[in-house]
Write a protein that binds this ligand. Structure first.
Ligand code: AMP
Ligand code: ZN
Length: 112
């Protein structure tokens, strides 16, 4: 997608430090962090609506694998962290390209 910011970062057309990168996905820091650690796990593929994909379980599982392994690598497992996916307008999704938020580093209050 030409104007999608996460596609542009994926293709290195917009600079952003990738903390992790493989053929399937990459991790960057959120530009407007809501916690001391706020990372985004982003598949390279432009996925708009997760409900449109028959193999979405495999894709999401891979994203959660990357997130949980990275959480171990940076030592936040004992204190805990939150993983969130926003999907669609009512969720408040701002960037229409599937991504998983990883938030940590402070006590996170309830959803809302
Ligand atoms: P969501 O509301 O789930 O779509 O989350 C989108 C997130 O992407 C927000 O937390 C933004 O702060 C973040 N974001 C938008 N543009 C960038 C960017 N260029 N680099 C890093 N994070 C971004
Ligand atoms: Zn995209």
């Amino acid at each position: 997608m030409d104007k999608c910011i996460f596609c542009l970062i994926s293709n290195n057309q917009v600079e952003s430090k990738k903390l992790f990168n493989n053929q399937f996905c990459f991790i960057i820091e959120d530009i407007a962090p809501k916690a001391p650690i706020h990372l985004l796990i982003i598949p390279h593929k432009h996925i708009l609506r997760i409900s449109d994909y028959d193999d979405i379980g495999r894709i999401l599982a891979s994203m959660f694998d990357v997130a949980t392994n990275y959480a171990k690598d940076i030592g936040i497992v004992d204190d805990g962290y939150r993983l969130i996916i926003n999907q669609g307008e009512n969720s408040g999704q701002e960037v229409p390209h599937l991504h998983l938020h990883l938030l940590a580093g402070r006590k996170l209050l309830g959803m809302g």
